[in-house]
Design a protein around this ligand. Structure first.
Ligand code: TMP
Length: 234
């Protein structure tokens, strides 16, 4: 597969065209940002870990019946994926209160929910990814009602699969963010990445944080945490 011109560079990834109009190559960087780019840094080896973890999880999710953009891992940092238009919604599922939920609603971090919650942010850096509801998403024409229903169904199915999968590996899946894309033929597929950048992972025994919160909160041991969580997959 020929790598052609770069069409996008985000905070953590670059995207390149290929000679197939339906496929693009994602290239994962070690760059890390938080708080809408205000905090910047490098997490050495993160790109490799996020690429490999995301690919492994997406293959498992495909097998569990959730369509994804994944096609083929090309190298440590590069993956061939289906070209999609990203639906400008960040879909967040939470099993335990943490982060912005704890802050916004005054709930102690670590408080478990009786059932998972879902929320949407409008993916728009200029606006700071504001929290929106489904009616806002429809008013803003970010997706159709049918697409939102499908996205919710897939997101909860991802949670059901991942919660059990990580618990078998001694990890509590606290919360995570997903993005979905629309293929040229209109299908909704899971896109972007599933990684320690986009999930909160706590060690089930020690409750130690094994994700990007160590970077966001200046806790130290960031690289060690990424290596530890990746090691749980093998
Ligand atoms: P939050 O508690 O800060 O809203 O984060 C919820 C989840 O979403 C957490 O697992 C981290 C992830 N996340 C992203 O992937 N990207 C983001 O820009 C933010 C703010 C959170």
């Amino acid at each position: 597969m020929e790598k052609r011109e770069q069409i996008y560079e985000g905070k953590a990834k670059k995207v390149f065209l290929t000679d197939d109009p339906g496929l693009v190559i994602v290239d994962y960087k070690d760059d890390a940002t938080a708080f809408n780019g205000l905090k910047k840094g490098t997490i050495t080896g993160k790109g490799v870990i996020n690429n490999k973890m995301s690919n492994l999880l997406m293959q498992k999710l495909e097998a569990a019946g959730i369509p994804t953009h994944f096609v083929e891992e090309l190298s440590d940092r590069e993956t061939l994926v289906r070209k999609v238009d990203i639906v400008p919604l960040e879909v967040i599922i939470r099993n335990i209160a943490a982060g912005s939920f704890s802050k916004n609603y005054g709930v102690k971090e670590g408080t478990p929910f009786e059932q998972p919650t879902i929320e949407f942010s409008y993916k728009n850096d200029d606006l700071g990814d504001p929290l929106i509801n489904e009616y806002h998403a429809l008013a803003l024409k970010l997706a159709t009602k049918e697409e939102i229903d499908l996205i919710k169904k897939y997101a909860f199915a991802v949670n059901d699969f991942m919660k059990a999968y990580w618990l078998e590996r001694g990890v509590i899946l606290v919360d995570f963010k997903l993005e979905f894309g629309k293929t040229a033929d209109g299908a909704i597929v899971l896109a972007d990445e599933i990684s320690p950048d986009t999930c909160r992972f706590w060690d089930a025994k020690t409750m130690e944080k094994l994700d990007k919160d160590r970077f966001r909160r200046d806790m130290g041991g960031v690289e060690d945490a990424y290596n530890e969580i990746m090691g749980r997959l093998s």
